[in-house]
Design a protein around this ligand. Sequence first.
Ligand code: SF4
Length: 126
Amino acid sequence: MQKEIICIVCPRGCHMNVQILDNAITVEGNACKRGREFAILEMTAPKRSLTTTVRTVYSHFPVLPVRTDTQLPKDLLLEAMKVIDDTIVDYMVKMHDVIIKDILGTGCNIIASCDLPRIPEERADI
Ligand code: SF4
């Protein structure tokens, strides 16, 4: 099997040619060894970071930006999004607080990308 892959590890975006033959993987076109590692992972067990938002109960900040703290298996991204869509934050959080622990049993946490700002004084009755 042969595949062309663009390395997304750094902005250079090397175009790599990856070939699997008799369980041996050859990678060409990578400018550094990180590209080879990415290509092998991409061919065997691709993973991705996930950046999205979760809903909150707070009208002054209805959606909270969140992200994964490690990478998720690529084939679990849609399932992870369903879990995130079903989540509603109803408490104050700080940046990097865990919002969903060990999502789908992957060991990956969904964490806050920023502080959830306090309710403005004049709206504290919300
Ligand atoms: S192979 Fe190396 S230099 Fe090329 S895009 Fe990947 S990380 Fe960057």
